[in-house]
Design a protein around this ligand. Sequence first.
Ligand SMILES: C[S@@+](CC[C@H](N)C(=O)[O-])C[C@H]1O[C@@H](n2cnc3c(N)ncnc32)[C@H](O)[C@@H]1O
Length: 255
Amino acid sequence: MTDTDITTIGADWAAWQQSWDRQQEWYMPDREERFRIMLDMVEALVGPAPRVLDLACGTGSITARLFARFPKATSTGVDLDPALLAIAEGTFAGDDRVTFVTADLKDPEWQAKLPYDSYDAVLTATALHWLHSEPLAALYGQVAELVRDGGVFMNADHMIDDSTPRINAAERALRHARMDQAKSGVLDWAEWWQLAAEDPVLAGPTARRFEIYGEHADGDTPPAEWHARVLREKGFGEARPVWCSPSDTLLLALK
Ligand SMILES: C[S@@+](CC[C@H](N)C(=O)[O-])C[C@H]1O[C@@H](n2cnc3c(N)ncnc32)[C@H](O)[C@@H]1O
């Protein structure tokens, strides 16, 4: 079966989107809040009809929320995972506001696959901790070239300050205790992928994604200050957090 066939045989893409969201929310109960603030900042800085690059888009979570709030927006989703991209393509089939691109963000030429060379906003969530700091800094240089002057980059992700180990340990312990309490009936990462592997439509792409990544890629979680400093070094004029929780930050950089 080809990926094109997958988008046309009618799996229940809405159900896959919902189960992906529930799985991600088990790790991040404030996930919707960070998406809301991200789109608030899009509206504030580049307006309600932006051309967006949904970086490491997965199932297209950011694009879905973008279109729900700004129907005149357009989006390019880029990711490497064939199973999550199959869900994204199935979900948005026939919607000419969005294009999905398969690319490895560690590939020095990945931007050449994009349909545009300039974006109003590049948005990403819960993804760039899959990269080590060195390739992430290189990626930030490429992102700086893709964002137009006056445009924005936003990254919502796990960002850890190693200078506060006791605070970090206490926060982590509480977060994991709450996750244990909320686990009943919720699929975790491994269980969700097991379900995808058993699905007749997603089994093939899921096998391919495990060949690409294994369970999960290794990466780093540098502090928010690191992200802001590197983004400024790579060409953004301003960069700072616009939202944070005890463990995560939404970092905004303005070109
Ligand atoms: C936890 S998912 C988050 C997806 C989506 N942004 C969301 O919030 O639901 C992380 C995503 O990063 C993507 N990713 C990780 N490393 C990547 C790489 N080197 N190139 C492209 N995508 C990558 C994965 O394939 C996955 O879709």
